[in-house]
Design a protein around this ligand. Structure first.
Ligand code: SAM
Length: 266
């Protein structure tokens, strides 16, 4: 299958401001593609295809792909690939619902994300969770540690709770700096994120607020943070506040958010 009409004659110089670290390790690329396991007909969307390290093998297996790239020069090169639909844009401004509608099916999102934007991109994708089948993204190892952390772990925090109640999250691959050109200063991890059935009785904004308050001073007991917040709002609820935020499992934060929602509308 011929994918590219251009053999870039001018070498692209990595742009720091776009977090460009290009994968140059074929075994890592193969492992990412195996984790995604693309099937013909999948609505694949790649965030930041760069020079196409992952794009190429994905296209071979899937036949078509939408690529979102902010770098004008890279986007121009990618446009020469006939099977690729290139969206030259900042991913944070892309309407994934429109992409899913255009494809007529849920999206499978893939990306070796720019590290400086990884958390904003995750929260942007969260707003389109209903249009997403799954996500395989590469992020800084420390961010992934926070995403998958369980209660009692030092990495367990707002990011863990706000993602774990919406997705099943699994670290699938560790990637060292030497797999990139230029090498980043940090280790990377690829995660698989699969949307969970929505909990329609939870107010996401309310949950976000109470979790932020709970973790605002993680070393303090909850009675000094969440307890005050609850009291100020007149919420009298049964909740063990003699704990630290990091000891409370996701399901208990969800239960509290459900209770508060019910109290507010009663
Ligand atoms: N996928 C390529 C690879 O693995 O070799 C490149 C990965 S590089 C870490 C991140 C890519 O995201 C770059 O191509 C960069 O230009 C692109 N990018 C950075 N910020 C972006 C944004 N806000 N919207 C879309 N693409 C962005």
């Amino acid at each position: 299958m011929s994918l590219a009409h251009d053999a870039p004659t001018v070498r692209h110089v990595a742009r720091k401001r776009f977090g460009q670290h290009f994968l140059v390790d074929d075994s890592v690329v193969a492992a990412i593609v195996a984790a995604v396991n693309p099937q013909p007909g999948d609505a694949l969307v790649e965030i930041g295809p760069g020079q196409g390290a992952i794009t190429r093998p994905l296209l071979v297996q899937c036949g078509r792909l939408t690529a979102i790239e902010i770098d004008r020069d890279l986007a121009a090169r990618l446009r020469l690939w006939p099977a690729l639909s290139v969206v030259e844009a900042d991913v944070l401004e892309v309407d994934f619902a429109a992409l899913a509608t255009a494809q007529g099916r849920k999206l499978r999102v893939v990306g070796n994300l720019p590290y400086n934007l990884s958390t904003p991109i995750l929260f942007h994708l969260l707003t389109y969770i209903e249009q997403v089948e799954d996500q395989h993204v590469m992020l800084q190892k420390e961010v992934v540690a926070r995403m998958v952390a369980r209660p009692g772990n030092k990495d367990y925090g707002r990011l863990s709770v706000m993602l774990q109640w919406r997705y099943l999250i699994e670290a699938v691959l560790s990637v060292p700096p030497s797999s990139f050109d230029p090498p980043p200063r940090v280790d990377s991890t690829v995660v698989r994120m699969q949307p969970l059935a929505p909990s329609t009785d939870v107010d996401a904004a309310l949950l976000g607020e109470l979790v932020s308050v709970a973790f605002s001073q993680r070393r303090k007991l909850l009675r000094n943070t969440l307890g005050r917040w609850l009291a100020a709002r007149g919420f009298g609820v049964e909740f063990d506040l003699q704990r630290r935020a990091e000891e409370v499992p996701v399901r208990e934060y969800l239960a509290l958010a459900r209770t508060l929602r019910a109290l507010r509308s009663s």
